[in-house]
Design a binder for this molecule. Structure first.
Ligand code: BDR
Ligand code: CA
Length: 326
C-alpha cells in the first residue's frame, strides 16, 4: 500500500478526498493536517474530525496547521461555496455530527515530518522500489511550504500532489485558482523546492461533476444514515455552485488529487515548467504553465491534463460505500 498524508481544508470536496484516502485499499492514510482556506483553521479542523468520525476513520491522527497564509494578512475563506461552517448541510450548519475525539496538540509541520520520516524509513527498510511517501495537498500550500522550509531533507522523502492551479481560466480570480490564490508565496516555495510535484488543475477537476446519476449511485447502495449525510453534503455543494458559478453540476475537485496517487494511469499528463505569480496586482496566485518551454527554465511539475472520469467515479463511490457502516 502507498503511504499518504493529506493536508486539507474541509470543505465538501475535501471531505470526499478524506474518505477516498482512508478507504481505498491501495492507500494507508498516515494522518491529516488542516489549513485555513475554505473556512478558518478551527472550523476546518473540526470538520476533518467530523468526517473521519462519520467515516469510521477516527483512528487517523489530525493536526491543526496554519491559521493564515505566510505573508498575506488573512485567508480568503470561501463561505459562498462551503457555508459558514465550511461543511454546511441543507438545513444550515454543519452537515455531520460533532466528533468525540480531538486533534493532536503539536505543530503541523513537526507532526507531518515525524509521520513522513517514519513511513519513509519503513519503506526503505522494506526494500521498496520507490520509498517516497505521498503528500497530497487539497488546500493552500502554507503547511507544505513550512514543512519543506523546516525540513529540507523531506524533498527526497515525498512526492507532493496538489489539487490547485489552472492552465487558463481560474475560479476565484480570472486566472487564479482558490488554493494557490489563498497563499501564493507558499505555493511558490513548493514549486521552486525541487520536490517531485504533480498538479491536478481546474481543467481536470471541472470534469469530475457530481451529476444526478452520480448521486443515484451513491444512494443506491443501501439506505443508511451515512449515505444520507453524504447525499446532503454533495447536494449542498451543488446548490452553491449553481448560484455562484451557474454550473448545473458541481465539480468535486479534491478527490481527483487522491485518485492520481491511486491510479496515475487514469490521467494524461505533461511535464512542464510551472511558476507561481506572486508580485502582480492583477493575478497573484496564477500558475503560469509553460506549455511550449519558452522560458527555458527547468521543468518542475507533472501537470494532469485529462482524467478518465468514469473510472474516477468508480474509485470515489467504492470508497463512500466502504465507509458506510464501518
Ligand atoms: C479548491 O478550492 C476549495 O474551495 C476546494 O476545496 C478545492 O480544494 C478548488 O479551487
Ligand atoms: Ca480543498
Amino acid at each position: 500500500r502507498q503511504e499518504i498524508w493529506l493536508d486539507c481544508d474541509p470543505g465538501h470536496d475535501d471531505a470526499v478526498a478524506l474518505i477516498l484516502a482512508g478507504h481505498n485499499p491501495a492507500l494507508h492514510l498516515l494522518g491529516v493536517s488542516t489549513v485555513a482556506g475554505n473556512q478558518t483553521v478551527e472550523k476546518v479542523t473540526d470538520n476533518a474530525l467530523r468526517v473521519l468520525a462519520a467515516a469510521g476513520l477516527a483512528h487517523v491522527p489530525v493536526v491543526a496547521g496554519a491559521a493564515k497564509p505566510l505573508l498575506r494578512p488573512v485567508p480568503l475563506l470561501c463561505a459562498e461555496i462551503h457555508g459558514e461552517s465550511g461543511l454546511d448541510g441543507p438545513l444550515g450548519g454543519p452537515v455531520l455530527p460533532a466528533a468525540s475525539h480531538g486533534a493532536l496538540p503539536g505543530k503541523a509541520p513537526v507532526c507531518m515530518f515525524e509521520a513522513i520520516a517514519a513511513a519513509h524509513a519503513r519503506l526503505v527498510a522494506g526494500g521498496a522500489a520507490d520509498a517516497r511517501v505521498h503528500l497530497v495537498a487539497t488546500a493552500a500550500l502554507t503547511n507544505v511550504a513550512l514543512l519543506l522550509a523546516l525540513y529540507p531533507e523531506v524533498v527526497d522523502m515525498v512526492e507532493v500532489t496538489i489539487m490547485g492551479g489552472c492552465l487558463g481560466v481560474g475560479n476565484t480570480g480570472p486566472v487564479m485558482e482558490f488554493n494557490i490564490q489563498t497563499d501564493p508565496e507558499a505555493a511558490r516555495i513548493v514549486f521552486e523546492s525541487g520536490v517531485r510535484l504533480a498538479m491536478v488543475p481546474l481543467e481536470v477537476t471541472h470534469t469530475a461533476l457530481v451529476t444526478t446519476s452520480v448521486l443515484q449511485r451513491v444512494r443506491t447502495h443501501q439506505p443508511s444514515p451515512f449515505l444520507g449525510l453524504m447525499t446532503d453534503l454533495l447536494m449542498f455543494f451543488s446548490d452553491t455552485y449553481a448560484t455562484v458559478f451557474k454550473m448545473k453540476d458541481p465539480p468535486l475537485h479534491d478527490p481527483c488529487a487522491v485518485a492520481w496517487v491511486i491510479a496515475p494511469e487514469l490521467f494524461k499528463t505533461e511535464f512542464l515548467r510551472v511558476d507561481v505569480e506572486t508580485v502582480s496586482t492583477l493575478s497573484p496566485g496564477q500558475t503560469v504553465c509553460d506549455i511550449w518551454g519558452q522560458s527555458r527554465l527547468p521543468k518542475n511539475c507533472t501537470v494532469c491534463m485529462e482524467m478518465d472520469v468514469a473510472r474516477f467515479w468508480d474509485l470515489v463511490i467504492d470508497a463512500i460505500h466502504a465507509a458506510d457502516g464501518v
